[in-house]
Design a protein around this ligand. Structure first.
Ligand code: FE2
Length: 424
């Protein structure tokens, strides 16, 4: 007797299969007829492992307009606003906003998030708040926390000390922001320092690296070297890497093999990169997204991150990783059918690999977490960003939607009839 049986869905690889769940595990996948406590009809729907967001700032989420909006729209004004907000926001307010966001994320089938928490303030109330959020959402959402020295590891008197304090408090991942240190050399030294920290503690490492339009911001080169030196491949990620957009092509031809050799992964954040980068340009304006297809061609794992929702840096956001994939597809010009399908994989499997999630997938023995989408294929899901009909986390239904046939009359909304006449 199964606890749950998801019948008739289409898996991302195109197979049609039933999925049987007992407890918090998938126990069988195939053509299944055994009785179950509950049967969910997924006929005609896409059944996928849950969405994963490997780059987010949950200590700032849903704070748009506090203490005021970012008038220039720049990264630097956003950092300045955040510097004010983090001193007046209480831990309770941060917890409340984060929990509300997690509820929203769950309804969108987003069940694992890596969040950077600012360790700059000596009070570390953001760290305490995020650890509390992680504890509270653990039954249904996997939260990884990165110790992130927003103002630089060496640029404040206690920057380095506070990263160590945060790690001692139980934060999961070592962060970094080398392009924000005072000099290129101090940026490079911060990477050597942080890589040692991650290696000695056996932790993962995720660096806001070269989030700038400066083509000579080449910290990713040093990061790759340190990843290779300490054997951190597979557990180190370079976030943003936007300077690579503007780098000299000859230099990039040397750089990319070094990144590939190191085994580090990459997390561009297309919604944010497209809005924050190029702000100092007149025309043509650079678009700031790193070289996604070129990295993938060398076997480097690249995911898509969301970064921000309604905060000092970004005035929009939907908690929908399909919105992120949709933007990434456009900015990276990933319009070949295989590339469009890959954009879905980037917000599922690739992001799960980047975060090192265990038991992620739809095989027997995997964690029973999945999302049922009102779409026929992964590419169609990216195109339509359709309703999440049902979300299952760790064997429990955590979100459900009643299918609404009136959507047929709403232009642009997904509907079964429209979908069945779709080309993909
Ligand atoms: Fe970020």
């Amino acid at each position: 007797m199964f606890d749950l049986l998801v019948k008739g869905g289409t898996l991302p690889d195109g197979r049609s299969a039933d999925i049987a769940i007992k407890g918090d595990r998938i126990i069988a996948v195939g053509s299944l007829d055994a009785p179950a406590t509950r049967v969910i009809d997924a006929t005609g729907d896409l059944v996928s492992p849950p969405f994963v967001d490997p780059h987010f700032h949950m200590d700032a989420v849903l704070s748009y307009g506090l203490p005021r909006v970012n008038a220039s729209g720049t990264l630097l004004e956003g950092i300045g606003l955040w510097g004010e907000l983090r001193e007046i926001a209480t831990a309770e307010e941060m917890v409340d906003r984060a929990i509300r966001y997690c509820d929203w994320a769950v309804s969108m089938g987003l069940l694992a998030i890596r969040t950077h928490v600012d360790t700059t303030p000596d009070h570390l109330s953001g760290v305490e708040a995020m650890l509390e959020v992680k504890r509270r959402v653990a039954p249904y959402l996997d939260l990884q926390i990165v110790a992130f020295p927003q103002d630089g590891l060496y640029r404040t008197a206690t920057g380095r000390h506070n990263v160590i304090r945060a790690l001692d408090m139980g934060v999961d991942v070592v962060g970094g922001i080398p392009h924000f240190e005072r000099t290129m050399e101090e940026g490079a030294e911060s990477l050597r320092d942080l890589a040692r920290m991650a290696a000695e503690r056996g932790l993962m490492w995720d660096v806001h690296c070269d989030e700038t339009d400066d083509p000579l911001s080449r910290h990713v080169e040093t990061m790759a070297r340190e990843v290779t030196r300490h054997g951190l491949g597979g557990r180190a990620a370079g976030s943003h890497l936007t300077s690579m957009h503007s780098m000299d092509n000859y230099y990039v031809s040397k750089l990319l093999p070094l990144i590939a050799e190191s085994g580090m992964t990459a997390i561009p954040n297309p919604l944010i990169n497209i809005t924050l980068q190029g702000r100092h340009d007149t025309y043509p304006k650079r678009r700031g997204l790193t070289r996604v297809k070129e990295m993938q061609a060398l076997g480097i794992t690249v995911g898509w991150g969301q970064d921000c929702v309604l905060d000092p840096w970004y005035s929009l956001g939907t908690a929908d990783m399909l919105d992120v994939a949709f933007m990434g597809l456009h900015v990276a010009q990933m319009t070949h059918p295989a590339e469009m399908a890959r954009c879905f994989t980037m917000v599922t499997d690739c992001n799960a690999e980047i975060m090192g999630l265990k038991g992620y997938g739809l095989k027997p023995g995997d964690q029973a977490s999945l999302v049922i989408l009102d779409a026929g294929t992964p590419t169609e899901a990216v195109r339509l960003r359709p309703d999440r009909m049902c979300v299952i986390s760790k064997g429990k239904v955590v979100s459900e939607k009643v299918r609404n046939d009136s959507s047929l009359s709403l232009p642009g909304r997904p509907a079964h009839v429209r979908r069945r006449h779709a080309v993909n």
